[in-house]
Design a protein. Structure first.
Length: 198
């Protein structure tokens, strides 16, 4: 049997007891005492993650805001998995920006974010808006491949500008599952991935 992280269990217990709650859209954390609700102050640690102090049952815990939001929505995750920020921004704790990943997937995602962020940041907002306005899915003239050649940018960079997240097979597949409500076999998965990027 897997041993759950003790801090996660404290978070879960505090949520179930109605002591704390989280706004899953904007990442704010609230404490409820004697019928009153108070927004807790978040501080940013050295790696950019938002944390807060939770005093519960006579003990003080330094708790991650993104873990609180995940646990409130989905329960305590397996200790073998990490909670990943899809857009690479550790301060964006919206539930739509969080997902479970293995440590190796999380590390790989961080590397992809670092590689493409430099190129994306070098593109002006004017060019980004032009790309978004010109894009037509599946078009040979205005699809990802064509726009990549026209603006001399990596195809994944174009995809990221359009969809607001890093383009990898795993995340494109995740979008497919959300859209169609079922998992595909690997041949269909990669086939759809190519179609998504024209």
């Amino acid at each position: 049997m897997q041993k759950l992280a003790s801090c996660d269990c404290v978070i879960k217990e505090a949520i179930d007891a109605g002591v704390i709650s989280a706004d899953k859209h904007n990442g704010k954390i609230f404490r409820h005492i004697a019928g009153k609700t108070k927004e807790l102050k978040l501080f940013t640690e050295s790696k950019g993650y938002k944390r807060y102090t939770l005093a519960y049952k006579g003990k003080v815990h330094k708790v991650s805001a993104h873990r609180t939001i995940w646990i409130q929505e989905y329960g305590v995750p397996s200790p073998l998995l990490q909670i990943n920020h899809i857009d690479g921004n550790p301060m964006n704790n919206s539930i739509t920006n969080l997902e479970l990943a293995t440590p190796s997937e999380n590390k790989r995602h961080g590397g992809i974010i670092k590689n493409y962020r430099g190129e994306i940041d070098s593109v002006s907002n004017e060019i980004k808006n032009k790309i978004r306005n010109e894009y037509i899915k599946g078009s040979h003239t205005f699809g990802c491949n064509a726009l990549s050649k026209r603006y001399l940018l990596n195809r994944k960079t174009i995809w990221t500008i359009l969809y607001g997240r890093i383009a990898t097979k795993r995340w494109i597949g995740h979008e497919y599952v959300i859209k169609h409500g079922k998992q595909r076999n690997m041949a269909e998965f990669y086939g759809w991935k190519e179609a998504a990027n024209d």
